[in-house]
Design a protein around this ligand. Structure first.
Ligand SMILES: O=C(O)CCC(=O)C(=O)O
Ligand SMILES: [Fe+2]
Length: 193
């Protein structure tokens, strides 16, 4: 696969204003954490906070940390259901990332961890401040920018993670928070035996 465009679908305003409001209200109660990760032997605090929700057994490994899922909160569970109904998108876990302002960010990576069902799609829902989500081809470095606004859905289709990386660069002029939810398909029990 050596295409010019990444295999993604961007659906603006997937969530209504009311749905966004309900979700934002719930996010305030999430136990968001700024975890410490080790990169090339050096410890860093991530430039954002996060929480991991999912079905039992859907553990996730982040740097050297193994994180067990918290049970699905009500509104997030409804959003998972809406993805299934509207887009036939099945997931059993979601990573919530909270970017307090444009100083918070996420570096280049692919969502290709071994506990993710190989070749599965990932659905990303955004709330709050609009931010650029940048995708680049692993080999030819072709870059594509998606301005993700509040309520938008971005589906990264099967096979994308093997060929493309993505990241959320700093945008120092942004003063408002942004929340992102990446719904994933995890191999349940991957780390428990
Ligand atoms: O915040 C975003 O839009 C990206 C999040 C992401 O790439 C991830 O959670 O792996
Ligand atoms: Fe990602």
């Amino acid at each position: 696969m050596d295409s010019l465009l990444p295999p993604v679908t961007h659906i603006e305003q997937f969530l209504s204003a009311k749905q966004q409001q309900l979700l934002m209200k719930e996010v305030v109660s999430y136990p968001l954490e700024r975890v410490e990760i080790e990169v090339y032997g050096k410890k860093h605090l991530i430039p954002r906070t996060q929480a991991w929700f999912g079905d039992p057994g859907c553990d996730y490994r982040f740097s050297k940390l193994q994180i067990s899922p918290l049970p699905w909160p009500a509104v997030l569970s409804r959003l998972r259901h809406k993805l299934r109904v509207d887009h036939h998108f099945d997931s059993n876990a979601v990573l919530v990332n909270y970017y307090a302002n444009g100083h918070d960010c996420m570096g280049w990576h692919s969502d290709d961890e071994p506990e993710i069902v190989s070749g599965s799609a990932i659905a990303s829902v955004t709330l709050g401040a609009e931010r650029d989500f940048v995708v680049r081809h692993k080999h030819n470095h072709n870059k594509v920018n998606f301005a993700l606004g509040s309520g938008d859905l971005l589906i990264m289709h099967a096979g994308m993670q093997q060929v493309w990386q993505h990241g959320l660069p700093k945008r120092l002029k942004v003063t408002e928070p942004r929340v992102n939810f990446t719904f994933r398909q995890i191999v349940a029990g991957f780390y428990s035996r």
